[in-house]
Design a protein around this ligand. Structure first.
Ligand SMILES: [Zn+2]
Length: 172
């Protein structure tokens, strides 16, 4: 497996609407394995294909941060689609591997139902709650060119982006 470079904001790839995948084949499984490895290495709990420069509708998630080898619970979603969202809104502090160092509270539905193709190309449906619901909505946003900073107030965003740009320029 290969650890891939993660694309950082404000790269335009992160703003593209990604394309549906016709089927899940071996090269795509290889890509999903690489995405998972990249996510664990970062470390993060979710990664969408545009974050590694691929504009297809693919995401990987493992809710357990820095999972031990035998405790890993990877989830693979191809062409994920939210078909239902709950009424209740919850707040989580979100971050993003493409906007390192920025953490802001985001409001989202606490439950959603998602249809998708799994690692083997089989059609599946999942009822996601709480943290998983937050992560999957964040990742599906990526497939639509949306970042979590788009969900916060303009004032908070400009403050966060000022800090982010400064930190990025100090990194060179
Ligand atoms: Zn993200």
């Amino acid at each position: 497996m290969t650890i891939l470079p993660i694309i950082k904001h404000p790269n335009e790839i992160l703003r593209q609407v990604c394309l549906p995948v016709p089927e899940v084949d071996d090269p795509m499984r290889q890509l999903m394995d690489d995405m998972l490895e990249t996510m664990y290495d970062a470390p993060g709990v979710g990664l969408a294909a545009p974050q590694i420069g691929d504009t297809r509708r693919i995401i990987v998630i493992d809710q357990v941060r820095e999972a031990e080898e035998d405790a890993k619970t990877p989830l693979f979603f191809v062409n994920p689609e939210i078909i239902w969202s709950g009424q209740e809104i919850g707040e989580y502090e979100e971050g993003c591997l493409s906007i390192p160092g920025v953490y802001e509270n985001v409001l989202r539905p606490t439950e959603c139902k998602v249809t998708y193709l799994d690692y083997f190309g089989k059609a599946q449906q999942m009822h996601c709650k709480d943290f998983l619901a937050t992560v999957i909505q964040h990742e599906i946003d990526h497939l639509n060119g949306v970042l979590f900073i788009d969900h916060i107030s303009r004032l908070k965003r400009s403050r966060a982006m000022k800090k982010y740009k400064k930190a990025q320029s100090e990194l060179g």
